[in-house]
Design a binder for this molecule. Structure first.
Ligand code: AOF
Ligand code: ZN
Length: 335
């Protein structure tokens, strides 16, 4: 799993996979999936073994069922069988219908001894985006917001036109959010947030793959001068009518109660396995209302606003809490 995580941010919509090959009590090979479309973890691990003669009496450990399909690379089961590896230990069964169960079946048919379900919960959690994408046929939905100690996510800015957001957290939190962006394939904001904050939704403070930027614009009122439309990154606008955009794509959907589901359907079609929703309150709450979220990361700052835009409320189980330099971070999971 540690090896698998080295691919974080680079492999989606494919899973993070790590693989270790042992001989007796010695590790003789290691590998992980480095980048979308590259060699799979098992292939890298087999390649890394120097004494190939040891493979026929080795054990291969992998967090996800080895694939049995001819994809961008040949099936891993074929490589494992060709290397005469007699024993394979698997964490999770692959939820991808083109592989699911077939990998284990193929290995067993070739006489390999296979054990499935070792640290399954941890392996499922490691690839929660991938698991959610295939099991629920929608991206993993991550909500993020920052609120004041008295529960506001913004001051009331309805009467002032400024593109400067009011900061509740600080530099450390900002960098952390950029890291999260690098680990997510798409980032979405609502119309008001786009207008008032003029966010760039890029990775200024972190290295990684640029995510798809998504913004809602029901009636086409967002000006082309926004940073979102600077053409520096793939950008998608959901609107009720086809908008004549030059630096972004437009997806037409009805803006009714089904909007969150329709957005996720469109992202599923586009092979986007994870979505980070960064605000504002209305957009966040609409996904919460539909139950279409998986995790909420909430920063609570030290200052108070007294009045303003009320923060969303999401009922869930707190799975993590940490004191950061300028706030408390709470991570909640739905249910
Ligand atoms: C990976 N890396 O280490 C393993 C994967 O797009 P392809 O052809 O690379 O195939 C992707 C599928 O292969 C993926 O959905 C999963 O079922 C299987 N295993 N994929 O990208 C890996 N082991
Ligand atoms: Zn594979």
């Amino acid at each position: 799993m540690e090896l698998a995580r080295l691919g974080a941010g680079y492999v989606s919509p494919n899973p993070m996979v790590g693989c270790v090959i042992t001989h007796g009590d010695r590790i003789i090979g290691e590998g992980f999936h480095r980048q979308y479309g590259d060699l799979h973890a098992e292939a890298n691990a087999i390649r890394s073994v120097k004494e190939k003669s040891l493979l026929s009496s080795s054990t291969l450990f992998v967090n996800l069922e080895p694939c049995a399909h001819q994809g961008k690379t040949p099936p891993c089961t074929k490589r494992i069988i060709a290397a005469h590896i007699p024993r394979v230990i698997v964490g999770s069964i692959d939820p991808n219908p083109i592989v699911s169960g077939k990998g284990v079946e193929n290995l067993k048919a070739a006489g390999c001894r296979v054990t499935v379900g070792i640290l399954e919960e941890e392996c499922d959690a490691l690839n929660r985006d991938y698991m959610t994408f295939h099991r629920l046929r929608r991206p993993y939905v991550l909500l993020k917001w920052a609120q004041t100690a008295d529960g506001f996510i913004d001051v009331d800015r309805s009467h002032c036109a400024t593109d400067r957001p009011v900061w509740i957290t600080g530099e450390y939190e900002r960098t952390l959010v950029h890291k999260w962006r690098s680990e997510t394939r798409a980032i979405m904001v609502g119309t008001n947030t786009a207008l008032l904050d003029n966010p760039a939704l890029n990775l200024r403070q972190w290295k990684g793959r640029l995510p798809l930027r998504i913004v809602l614009d029901r009636t086409g009122r967002l000006p082309a001068s926004l940073r979102l439309f600077d053409g520096s990154q793939p950008t998608l606008v959901f609107s009720e009518k086809a908008l004549p955009l030059t630096t972004a794509e437009c997806a037409v959907v009805p803006f009714d109660d089904s909007l969150p589901q329709r957005i996720l359907d469109e992202l599923y079609r586009r092979n986007i396995a994870s979505l980070l929703i960064e605000g504002g309150a209305i957009l966040l709450q609409s996904f919460i209302r539909c139950g279409l979220w998986d995790e909420a990361r909430i920063f609570t700052g030290r200052q108070t606003f007294g009045k303003g835009v009320t923060a969303p409320t999401a009922k869930g189980k707190t799975i993590y809490e940490e004191q950061l330099p300028n706030s408390t971070l709470k991570v909640k999971c739905k249910k």
